[in-house]
Design a protein around this ligand. Structure first.
Ligand code: DMJ
Length: 610
């Protein structure tokens, strides 16, 4: 968008596949399948065994390997309960020991678990799953009436089906080399593709995989319309299927066009599927938006850092998040990311569990990118985006992103460590401009970047705002209190813990990018709390209230607990780096896909500029 290279790239993207190449396809594609390794090059080498204390290189290694083994045991318990009471269904109800179909009725817990089984070396479970995959029927919807987050049960929800089933199949293929997994992934991708038949190429909410009918609504949320690029791009690379490539490419072009029209800033949360533009000025990195931002960076990384459009969209988006959505609380100096509405960026000051993936994203970017704004032409930016650009140009961007990552991850951890249950709530309201008796109280939170600017202008004494040592404070306040103050600097707004992964995900990335063992210890305390508070006879249950111990359990074990929460915990404790961050990219459901570069033939076939 802002550089010459980008306009060249975009022109080439729109160039249609040349008819003269068609006659060569048969011969060259035969060569391609012979010459391009599809999975063998990616296979990591790991051992399944926990070393004895004598074999382990240190007592610390031994301790962490035994902790990883306990997570593996937790996975066995959760998956074993699912197999026993909910085999053939989507999820287990871990209190009533009953099954539920809430994601099409295609065994979502099994598909979401395939790569976790491989990484944990659970070969019996993996071998048992393969015939189910082989004979799986992706055309028949079997939702339990009234279950699932939507009511139109004749439609497969595009986003959830893509990230859980398709992401699960592609990742398990990349890790195992089992061709049936790729065949079924390609089948499923093709069945979902009618969702892309909108004027903008952004996908609709749902598709009936039997009739190809789609849901009618032409509005969508950023997370759901812009979180499929990784899956379709890797599917295109692994299968050579141009249709898969075109779908991802069109989504990326639409986003790039929207960024060009808006001249910088982050993408809002609500979108129109016909014109491919936002319909609101709401901004968030939490619910309804999260993975849309995540895929900008990850698409660039997945394609071997060649897809420059995504990098620029990521950089411009992060400029706005860092300068407009990050706040710091008055007493504890807790850094948090919130959502804003309108052109004035009016902040809600809510801090969501879902947003706790974001420190991990920032850390991943700081770890893998040069992180400079040098290639962005500020004269092409709107005035607000230019202000953000100029403000951030005063800083070493890599350090600033990493500092934000550390501060936010620390707050996410404290949301857990403060609670009597040791587990984090769904939403908290952070202390901000608190009104007492009609007046603004003294203790106000502020925009993080303003605090950072004061720190910079004041000679950078002491830790950067949001960093520095922070200790848990046991949360004992009533949840309904309206004034966010006291020693906590927040009130719990939604008390549930849905066994979500986001905080663990960020803790894992912080560990891998900083090697600071404090992150592992924090992760271990969370795993102990999961074992203590959520374990049932057949699995693990979401909690109604994290503000008490024992926490009140709910009859729900989401498939992402097996795909994400337990996987990230296992990888956090495992001494071997099974999924190096420069070689693999996790999709938003924690399914790792291998970094690749397009072959010359693929570039020619798909119309990718050289
Ligand atoms: C997961 O299904 C994915 O991580 C998604 O992107 C949003 N969050 C849920 C788990 O909380």
């Amino acid at each position: 968008m802002f550089a010459q290279a980008v306009s060249t790239l975009r022109r080439s993207r729109s160039t249609r596949y040349v008819a003269a190449a068609v006659s060569a396809i048969f011969v060259v594609s035969t060569l391609y399948y012979v010459q391009v390794p599809h999975s063998g090059e990616y296979l990591p080498h790991w051992s399944d065994s926990v070393p004895t204390q004598d074999q382990a290189s240190s007592s610390s290694d031994y301790l962490w390997d035994t902790r990883a083994a306990q997570v593996k045991q937790a996975f066995r318990h959760a998956y074993g309960g699912y197999k026993r009471y909910a085999s053939g269904y989507d999820e287990l109800r871990p209190l009533s020991n009953t099954p539920v179909n809430n994601f099409n009725g295609w065994n979502v817990s099994m598909y979401d678990s395939l790569d976790t089984m491989i990484l944990m070396g659970l070969w019996d479970e993996f071998a048992d799953a393969l015939p189910v995959v082989q004979h799986g029927d992706f055309r028949t919807m079997r939702n339990t009436p009234g279950q699932g987050p939507w009511t139109r049960s004749q439609y497969a929800p595009f986003f959830e089906t893509a990230i859980r089933y398709l992401g699960g199949l592609l990742s398990a293929y990349a890790l195992s080399g089992e061709s049936i997994l790729l065949d079924r992934a390609s089948d499923l991708a093709a069945l979902l593709e009618p969702a892309f038949n909108t004027q903008s190429g952004l996908p609709r909410f749902g598709v009936n995989t039997n009739t190809t009918a789609t849901t009618a609504a032409l509005s969508g949320i950023f997370a759901e319309v812009a979180s499929c690029q990784l899956e379709w791009t890797y599917a295109a690379h692994a299968t050579g299927n141009k249709s898969h490539y075109d779908r991802a490419s069109r989504v990326i072009s639409t986003l790039a066009d929207a960024m060009e029209e808006r001249q910088g800033g982050m993408f809002p949360t609500h979108w129109h599927l016909s014109n491919g533009l936002p319909t609101s000025e709401s901004r968030s990195v939490g619910a309804a938006a999260d993975s849309g931002h995540e895929y900008l960076l990850k698409q660039y990384l997945l394609t071997g850092k060649t897809d420059i459009e995504n990098l620029e969209m990521y950089l411009l988006s992060m400029n706005e998040v860092l300068t407009r959505l990050l706040y710091i609380t008055p007493e504890r100096g807790l850094l948090y990311v919130t959502e804003t509405s309108g052109k004035a960026f009016t902040a809600s000051h809510n801090f969501e569990h879902l947003a706790c993936f974001f420190p991990g994203l920032l850390a991943l970017g700081a770890h893998t990118l040069d992180l400079t704004l040098a290639d962005i032409d500020p004269s092409r930016l709107n005035p607000e985006a230019r202000r953000q650009y100029e403000l951030l140009s005063k800083y070493d961007l890599k350090s600033l992103h990493m500092a934000a990552a550390e501060g936010l991850a620390t707050s996410c951890w404290l949301m857990y460590a403060d609670q009597p249950s040791g587990l984090g709530p769904e939403v908290v309201a952070m202390a901000h401009d608190t009104h007492v008796g009609g007046k603004v109280a003294d203790r106000q939170g502020k925009l993080w970047i303003e605090a950072v600017e004061e720190w910079r202008k004041g000679g950078k004494h002491g830790p950067l705002p949001g960093l520095g040592e922070k200790k848990p404070i046991m949360y004992t306040r009533p949840e309904k209190s309206t004034i966010a103050g006291g020693p906590w600097d927040y009130v719990v707004r939604r008390t549930e813990y849905f066994l979500r992964p986001e905080t663990i995900e960020s803790i894992y990335i912080m560990w891998r990018t900083t090697e600071n063992p404090v992150w592992r210890e924090r992760g271990w305390a969370i795993f102990e709390a999961i074992e203590r508070e959520t374990k049932t006879a057949s699995g693990y249950a979401s909690l109604k209230k994290v503000t008490q111990s024992p926490g009140l359990q709910m009859d729900d074990q989401p498939s992402y607990f097996l795909a994400e929460t337990l996987k990230y915990l296992y990888l956090l404790f495992k001494n071997e780096d099974l999924v190096p961050l420069d070689k693999w990219v996790f999709n938003t459901e924690a399914h790792p896909l291998p970094v690749f570069t397009w072959s010359d033939w693929q570039k020619h076939k798909f119309g990718i500029p050289r």
